[in-house]
Design a protein around this ligand. Structure first.
Ligand SMILES: Nc1ncnc2c1ncn2[C@@H]1O[C@H](COP(=O)(O)OP(=O)(O)OP(=O)(O)O)[C@@H](O)[C@H]1O
Ligand SMILES: [Mg+2]
Length: 244
């Protein structure tokens, strides 16, 4: 049975999709067959970030609507990572139950299913949450993001997700030391969610979505590896010096 993890945040633009892609690649490298389910109907981004937009013929909405088999909607990224793309326009929310059924039908085939949730705490989020069994809450180290993370944690709990972990993204130790960002302790205190890891600010992440050239993303790569290992139950040390 696959681990089904929703990646949520409340506030938009904090890096959910980036984190989802980074973790999927590392989980795949660790030998886990991983599916990214892009749940952001109307604002899909995983197809672009993974460079497979041209290859997509069907999305999960086609499968939900009976226009294709679920296998036709899966796009191979590499031998271990697959994408279930999101429809290009917003969809009728009545399809949430069918969406859950589709995700459940993929549980035998995959070790891990990462559900990349849309921003907000509305019904789009609930589609992803209802299909999941646990959550990663992504937040950046500022008050607005933290408010979103705390709120999304409440929504997750109300919907039966009891296993949530906090992932701090775009962390800049120097800025935090100067008091310009919330500290890690403050982030945990304000969200009341257990920390799974910290991804540093890494400008190459955005460049890599534009440039054809393969860019090194060393700074965040190690963080994604460590978090992927923790997701798989490994005990990996967490220190701020790892982010330098
Ligand atoms: N660790 C990071 N370092 C630098 N830039 C980052 C990092 N993580 C994400 N970004 C950048 O932040 C922007 C938003 O990222 P992303 O699209 O992943 O956020 P999101 O939470 O999925 O947004 P949405 O709520 O719209 O779905 C992108 O330009 C991305 O390249
Ligand atoms: Mg996104």
């Amino acid at each position: 049975m696959a681990l089904k993890t929703v990646i949520a945040s409340g506030k938009g633009g904090v890096g959910k999709s980036t984190v989802c892609k980074g973790l999927a690649i590392k989980l795949g490298e660790a030998g886990k067959k991983t599916l990214i389910a892009d749940c952001d109907a109307g604002l899909s981004s995983q197809d672009i970030m993974l460079g497979v937009s041209e290859k997509i013929n069907f999305t999960w909405y086609d499968a939900v609507s009976g226009r294709c088999e679920i296998k036709d909607a899966l796009t191979e990224i590499n031998e271990s990572v697959y994408l279930l793309p999101s429809p290009p326009t917003p969809v009728n929310e009545d399809c949430n139950e069918k969406f859950c059924e589709i995700i459940s039908s993929l549980e035998e085939e995959f070790d891990i299913i990462l559900l990349d949730a849309p921003a907000g705490i509305g019904r789009g989020l609930l589609r992803a949450v209802n299909a999941a069994s646990e959550a990663l809450i992504v937040a950046t180290a500022d008050e607005v993001s933290v408010k979103g993370a705390a709120k999304v944690n409440e929504v997750l709990e109300e919907n039966g997700i009891t296993q949530s972990r906090l992932l701090i993204n775009r962390y800049d130790i120097k800025a935090a030391k100067k008091g310009r960002l919330l500290t890690v302790d403050e982030l945990i205190d304000k969200t009341l969610v257990r920390l799974i890891g910290i991804v540093p600010e890494d400008k190459n992440i955005m460049y890599s979505t534009v440039s054809e050239k393969k860019l090194k993303t060393n700074k965040s790569s190690g963080a994604f590896s460590r978090i992927a290992k923790r997701m798989l139950g490994e005990n990996v040390e967490l220190t701020l010096s790892q982010l330098k």
